[in-house]
Design a protein around this ligand. Structure first.
Ligand code: PRX
Length: 657
């Protein structure tokens, strides 16, 4: 009798857990301002308990023995130790009992004349299983790295999820990166497999991805096989170890169990730029990333059951990972991905897509908004935008004009805008209004999400506590959260140095920030990183590329304020004598940057100089170049530490090309 009683109790808890893990749709925990305050207080009382409760909304084959352990100050915090799970299972399998026929993925092609594609949860599951088997067959094992160099097509999402399913580690390289940049990333991660396409449509252009990948292979010895999606019909020759996606998929069955993974097993590597020359491979792990991205998606955007969510970011960037793919699918939502560009065939393309697919939540970057502003009101002719309920912004500071335009023209003056601040390293959104619930103030990311503890520190590391009208400092985070990257792939020392050494005990974001009664307002990077159209570009990377040109003795790259792109790249290039054909030389230098990085990093302005403002210790004083680039040449401040102060005025008088 006792055993029956005991079984009854166990059965009750199993059912409770199943109910939770089979919830048909995942509603936000935060529904009111009071909910937000309560959740924040709970996380202040016990960060570990707070995140454990969030993690409990996912499926774990085995629960953790410790929620969080390791020294955060040394970049060693680890989450959900001992737990076993699978993100792909959580994003697909567990929705199948209830959501099999619900659209999981809507794909809008580049050309509006072509048909869009909708995959239900069941169809997406089957494709992912098939591709998981393709990976098995090609010898890809748990822990192996797989590089994706793909257009925004459903196959990219399928490939990411299949890697997550079998425990392979994907590293997506944005299709705008050059052959050389692709090769660098493949080599750093030692990828075993490459998945690409014959080409990518981008507006009226075709990017020949396979052709570019072929050239990278001369340098990439780790790649054992390549899978190619047929998309544009470009002519490609497949070598012996290269396979067509569609042929391999046909051979497989649509079932493949998800691998049972440790919470701290690697999920993906994503390369991003920092202050030093080489891009770093930011590594995220399964359990913490899943918990963080799932929670932030449903709370920040407040999706309703049948909503269509559209994040315009490419899967080559973190926003595409977290909010075009993983966040929505973890919550049983419908995500839309778009292959094309906002201006083609005309400036109304994004709004046509919103109407066609009845988009409810729209998430884009300020640069897209600013460039659409230049198209005027014509873009809204015959557009309804009636289904939109929430707007989001990400990637760079949004200026008041862009915020207002977005709010008025796209949001009809009614829709909440959530300006979400976060980074590749943070995994998911950190500081943002909860759409429609907490106040949205133009240009402010406002308040941190529960479980996130920002502080502002001055140059000496002193906390700038908000007690009065406004404080300013470098934005740091004082406690661990599950979404933080675990390391820089292959170089943990660099991870600690980059993020945990500037301010001992804190994660340093690299951003400057104001805090006043409206909350936090991010002002931009305080390190040598520029943000061009929401793309994070390391100035040292651009300098290295420029210095490849034989005429460039040295170079210094800074950002300048740009009306549409937020920031533009201005390069000061040291040459022996004034070039005879400066335009031609500038074009050649731009070509070096396109070759080594990609055209998005191309310097818009190049000034040829015969001296750079260096201190006696040989450091370039970039603040002076930033002033010159911004056209602020009336006051350079203290230049007494410069080796040759006269150089400043020489440069300020020069023309750029
Ligand atoms: O400077 C901040 C800016 O983008 C940087 C992170 O870039 P990335 O890792 O490429 O991730 C971009 C998408 C999450 C930050 O250090 N940034 C991002 N979002 C905002 C922002 N700056 C101001 N406001 C934002 N909402």
């Amino acid at each position: 009798m006792w055993s029956r009683y005991l079984f009854g109790v166990v059965d009750f808890f199993v059912k409770l857990r199943d109910n939770r893990t089979h919830m048909p749709f995942f509603e936000a925990e935060i529904k009111t301002w009071e909910d937000y305050l309560r959740a924040y207080e709970r996380s202040e009382r016990s960060n570990a308990e707070f995140w454990a409760a969030v993690a409990d909304t996912f499926h774990w084959y085995e629960r953790w023995h410790t929620v969080v352990e390791g020294d955060f100050a040394r970049g060693e915090a680890r989450w959900f130790s001992g737990a076993r799970t699978n993100l792909c299972y959580n994003g697909l399998d567990r929705h199948l009992p209830d959501l099999a026929q619900k659209p999981a993925l809507i794909w809008e092609p580049n050309d509006p004349q072509d048909a869009s594609v909708t995959l239900t949860y069941e169809q997406l599951y089957q494709q992912v299983c098939r591709f998981s088997r393709v990976l098995d067959q090609l010898g890809v094992k748990k822990g192996d790295r797989v590089c994706l160099y793909m257009p925004m097509i459903p196959e990219a999402v399928v490939a990411m999820l299949a890697c997550a399913r079998i425990g392979a580690v994907h590293t997506v390289v944005f299709g705008g990166f050059s052959t050389a940049a692709l090769a660098d990333r493949i080599n750093d991660a030692q990828c075993k497999l490459l998945i690409t396409a014959d080409g990518a449509f981008r507006g009226d252009k075709i990017v020949p991805l396979k052709f570019m990948a072929d050239r990278a292979f001369f340098d990439c010895l780790s790649v054992e096989a390549t899978v190619v999606v047929r998309r544009t019909g470009e002519e490609v020759n497949l070598a012996a170890n290269e396979y067509w996606w569609h042929e391999e998929m046909e051979k497989q069955t649509p079932e493949r169990p998800a691998e049972i993974l440790d919470a701290e097993d690697p999920l993906f590597i994503l390369y991003t730029s920092g202050s030093t020359g080489k891009p770093k491979g930011v590594l995220h792990t399964v359990g913490g990333y899943m918990t963080y991205v799932g929670y932030t998606f449903r709370n920040v955007f407040q999706p309703k059951k049948d909503d269509v969510f559209w994040c315009t970011a490419d899967v080559g960037w973190i926003t595409g990972h977290s909010y075009a793919v993983y966040g929505p699918l973890l919550n049983g939502a419908t995500t839309l991905i778009f292959e094309g560009v906002p201006h083609w065939p005309d400036g109304g393309r994004l709004w046509d897509v919103c109407d066609k697919h009845k988009v409810n939540i729209f998430y884009t970057a300020p640069t897209a908004i600013r460039s659409l502003m230049t198209f005027g009101d014509k873009q809204f002719e015959n557009k309804s935008l009636a289904t939109l309920r929430t707007l989001g912004s990400v990637g760079e500071p949004i200026n008041v004009e862009a915020w207002e335009w977005y709010h008025q023209k796209v949001g009809g003056g009614k829709l909440p805008i959530t300006d979400t601040w976060w980074q590749t390293e943070t995994g998911g959104i950190m500081i943002a209004p909860i759409a429609g619930i907490t106040p949205a103030v133009p240009t402010y990311a406002t308040f941190p999400l529960p479980g996130i503890f920002p502080v502002l520190l001055d140059g000496a590391g002193k906390e700038q506590k908000y007690e009065g009208p406004t404080v300013y400092g470098n934005l740091c985070i004082s406690k661990p959260w599950p979404g933080l990257a675990r390391t820089t792939y292959g170089d943990h020392k660099r991870f600690v140095e980059t993020y945990f050494s500037t301010y001992p005990g804190y994660y340093f974001t690299g951003d400057g920030c104001f805090r006043d009664e409206h909350g936090y307002r991010i002002t931009g990077r305080v390190d040598d990183v520029v943000n061009v159209s929401g793309h994070r570009i390391g100035t040292a990377e651009v300098e290295n590329a420029i210095n490849e040109h034989p005429t460039a003795l040295e170079s210094a790259v800074v950002g300048f304020p740009h009306e549409v792109k937020g920031q533009g790249v201005h390069a000061f290039v040291l040459v022996v004598e004034t070039p005879e054909h400066p335009e031609k030389l500038a074009d050649e230098i731009r070509a070096e940057v396109v070759k080594n990085i990609g055209s998005f990093a191309k310097p818009e302005r190049i000034t040829f100089v015969q001296g750079l403002p260096k201190t006696r210790s040989g450091k370039i004083m970039r603040r002076i170049l930033r002033k010159i680039a911004a056209g602020q040449t009336d006051d350079f401040g203290d230049v007494s530490t410069l080796l040759d102060p006269a150089v400043v005025h020489d440069i300020a008088g020069l023309k750029y090309y």
